[in-house]
Design a protein around this ligand. Sequence first.
Ligand SMILES: [Zn+2]
Length: 320
Amino acid sequence: MQVFCSIYFVVCTSMFIFLDLYRHALSRKIFFNHHKPENMKWQGRQGSDNVEDRRGMSPGKIAAGGGIGTIVIAIIVLLLGGDPTQLLNNHDEPVQSETGTVKSTPEEDAMVNFVSVVLKDTETVWGRIFEKSGSTYVQPKLVLFRDQVESACGYATSASGPFYCPGDLRVYLDLSFLEELKNRFGAYGDFAVAYVIAHEIGHHVQNQLGILEKVNERRARSGQSKSKELSVRIELQADFLAGMWAHYEQTMNDALEPGDIDEAINAAAAVGDDVLQKKYQGRVVPDSFTHGTSEQRKKWFRKGYETGDFDKGDTFRGSI
Ligand SMILES: [Zn+2]
């Protein structure tokens, strides 16, 4: 299970890993102070009880090496031309061991509220969809952390980007990523943030439906290029599920405003493998794709949004 989780964890987060190992220097101002009137209706709405705020946890120490997850990630960083030493040198990397007071700016507080409302809305939408099909949606937790976090899938830093861990049914998110989304990826607007959360929740839905396990078993038996192709198909389905959530967010919760879907589609495009590779490596290497191109990511998000029909989201058959 540990190996499975570690492998999946790596796949899910590798998109972000090579981008920036120096992001700790970034300031923590969140972009809600430039709140636009056409943004998603979220203020004053009920949030989820499933947010675990670990931002105030004080550091302890982790065993040398940082676990298999760290090492595998470091190898990927190396393959992508990055500097893995920052990860591997963290022999005494702090991990959370104690709870403390969360020091939070008003901008961060607003973002926490927003994340919580989005999570709640995913619970409502997926809860009803599962109920309709005669099953029960198990609500995942969403862990907010700063700088580093310990999960059932291994140790991670903010540089990993947001990720879902099937081993403990949790989505992990450092709020500073949300600022990065705007500054580094050029994805503006609160619905861009909602898309990121909905994508990770999409992995949870895949997990609950047994899709993740099945596909990862196939990946373990496959060669490198087939395995990468399956990874792309997993990711594109998570985009489809994010779009499907947006569909019901509108029809069930009436929470969308004009411009929201454009924000999500823009965010999906901004984190396409081809765009990221061109930006950070100067060239596009399709064989190394793990999440799909910008066009593919936009296409599957839009398909989920327009149809709201799970049966239209089989990214594992035919062309993508
Ligand atoms: Zn993903």
